[in-house]
Design a protein around this ligand. Sequence first.
Ligand SMILES: [Zn+2]
Length: 282
Amino acid sequence: MFKKFLKQFLKKKTFGWSAVVILLIVLSVYQFTWQTAPLIVNFLDIGQGDSTLITMPNHQVILIDGGPDNSVLYRLGTILPFYRRKIDLMIFSHYHRDHIIGLIEVLKRYQVEKIIYAPSKFSSLTLQVLLATVKKQKIPTVLINSTAQLNFSPNCSLSFLNVDSLEVKKAQNNSLVVKLNCQHRKFLFTGDNSATVEKALVNSGWDLTADVLKAAHHGSRTANSEEFLQVVQPRFVSISVGVKNHFGHPSPAILERLSRLHIKFKRTDQSGSIQIVVPNSP
Ligand SMILES: [Zn+2]
């Protein structure tokens, strides 16, 4: 049936061959776009909280945390194409409200394919609502107890480390460490981990080096220790923080430390969402 239609279509010579040429051009542009898609990391401006959206070169979309309210929906709407209603992977760094409240509405409005998080012995009403929403939608979940790696392509991967598996006190700020290694660039996300956990991370021997670091705990002075920064050696630090927040984040001491170590930084309360584009490389 289709062959017969194609024959008849091509018989109308001029129109037929023009269509074939157009089709070939469309296919090659599509292939070019596919192969040269950049890695895009967006530190979203969602007020006092954390939310990072990553678009991988293979077009998969990853959301780490969702901020303290539904403003994450607006940010997603301005970055993702209107037809993109799927999030391939959602990651919870930990369960504080400024990291997970926004995720509840994201789960209702987007098709989330998979969720990765570290089990927690701490509970809260917000966490119960979040996990109930996940369960209701039957979304596959992966719990990280120690370390894991997820490969997206030969040169793009995500590594995970549950800090509770290190010699640290289990505390509510403890966050799943996520490292993105892609297109020869490395990004490190450490949630709200404290300086005590940073010390354990340094002692763990885990490869912490990164070009870009999301400042831990919104630039708090209880984190972002000098020793940790010396080991990570970031060239750029992104600070997710709300305008005139009650916590005094980021700490002036941390900003001074970054300047002294010649590490460039930006803050979402001053710059809005911070976007980093890494062009495709072979
Ligand atoms: Zn936080």
